[in-house]
Design a protein around this ligand. Structure first.
Ligand code: SF4
Length: 345
């Protein structure tokens, strides 16, 4: 266990740097364990527990440099939050599923649990990094310490974890932390952001270009293909928001809450998109703007921007088709509860 994630040593600061995938210490669990459904994100169907045909003998992806053009965009946006190396190197002590096929099924099941634990650690660590959430820090520390101890448990213990209950408990803490953080933003009623939470709201393809979404509660919101160019998302809570093909050119996500790398990797943006400090700019983002759409920073769209902290919910959903997903696949960026597929190097 990394020192800064050692509950015995105390937990301080933002430890999320330790919750990143290290493919060189993993046996490509994400390329084997989940099922894939052929879709815009995956070029093939693949049953759970079966190695992807692109996986080579050295646990590396043979098409890593061409994932997007070959139809494996889902692989390019997956993040295991470091669960892969934890399972391979800690839980199974460096034993791989090819050398020990009898334990392969168990290892894949453990990976699914571990990924959730690491994901929750990411969010808890972010909440702990927010000074405004100080009234909750004791509870957040406790939840993180207990979760970290689980990540070091044996396989049987991990498989016995009540994952939905743990997720729910953490989720409630995160919601409270979100309220505290967003309450400090300017413009909120009594310095408290509106409590309206359109969790899971459907804003597919919505025109939110240039919108003032500071401190907005966008948890679980479907923003697939939405136009958020130039939008101000500072302090917005994007926990579980689906940002596939969301246009973030010029948007400001500085201080946005609970954004993960998979969400950015699934979206579109450019060098002018302001990111939360713990995240990196996706390599596929370029400075090239879509010439078919006016830049909201230079051509504001009348009436496109809701007020601070409010989110317009369309009376009817756009008809955009939703990509197909496998129910057993952990690959959807629609929710941090189940982000996406592998990025095997
Ligand atoms: S990264 Fe994707 S395409 Fe490459 S081996 Fe893994 S699952 Fe297959």
């Amino acid at each position: 266990m990394p020192d800064d994630l050692d509950p015995a040593a105390g937990i301080t600061g933002d430890a999320r740097g330790r919750l990143r995938a290290d493919c060189g210490r993993c046996f490509a669990l994400c390329c084997v364990a989940p099922a894939f459904s052929a879709s815009v994100d995956f070029a093939i169907d693949k049953p759970a527990g079966t190695a992807c045909p692109n996986l080579n003998a050295g646990f590396r992806c043979a098409v890593h440099e061409q994932l997007r053009p070959r139809g494996f965009r889902g692989c390019a946006v997956y993040d295991c939050f470091g669960a892969g190396q934890q399972v391979c190197q800690v839980t199974y002590g460096g034993r791989d599923w090819r050398a020990a096929p009898d334990s392969a099924r168990q290892m894949f099941d453990v990976f699914a649990v571990m990924r959730t634990l690491h994901e929750l650690l990411w969010y808890l660590s972010e909440a702990l990094s927010r000074p405004a959430a100080a009234p909750l820090h004791a509870e957040l520390h406790d939840a993180r310490a207990r979760t970290m101890l689980l990540t070091c448990a044996d396989a049987d213990t991990l498989l016995a974890v009540d994952v939905p209950a743990l997720r729910q408990a953490v989720h409630l803490l995160l919601l409270q932390a979100s309220d505290l953080v967003r309450a400090e933003l300017p413009g909120g009623a009594g310095n408290r952001r509106p409590r309206r939470r359109p969790r899971g709201a459907d804003l597919l393809g919505a025109n939110l270009a240039g919108a003032d979404l500071r401190g907005a509660a966008l948890q679980g919101t479907l923003l697939i293909g939405a136009d958020l160019r130039g939008a101000d998302l500072r302090g917005a809570d994007l926990l579980g928001a689906d940002l596939r093909d969301t246009d973030l050119h010029g948007a400001n996500l500085h201080g946005a809450l609970f954004v993960v790398q998979a969400q950015l990797d699934a979206a579109r943006g450019d060098a002018t998109t302001a990111l939360p400090p713990a995240l990196t700019r996706p390599v596929h983002w370029t400075r090239t703007a879509d010439p078919t759409r006016p830049d909201p920073r230079t051509h504001p769209v009348a009436g496109s921007g809701p007020g601070p902290g409010t989110v317009p919910i369309p009376s009817s959903s756009p008809s955009a088709a939703r990509p197909r997903r496998s129910a057993s696949s952990p690959r959807s960026p629609r929710s941090p509860r189940s982000p996406r597929s592998p990025r095997r190097r």
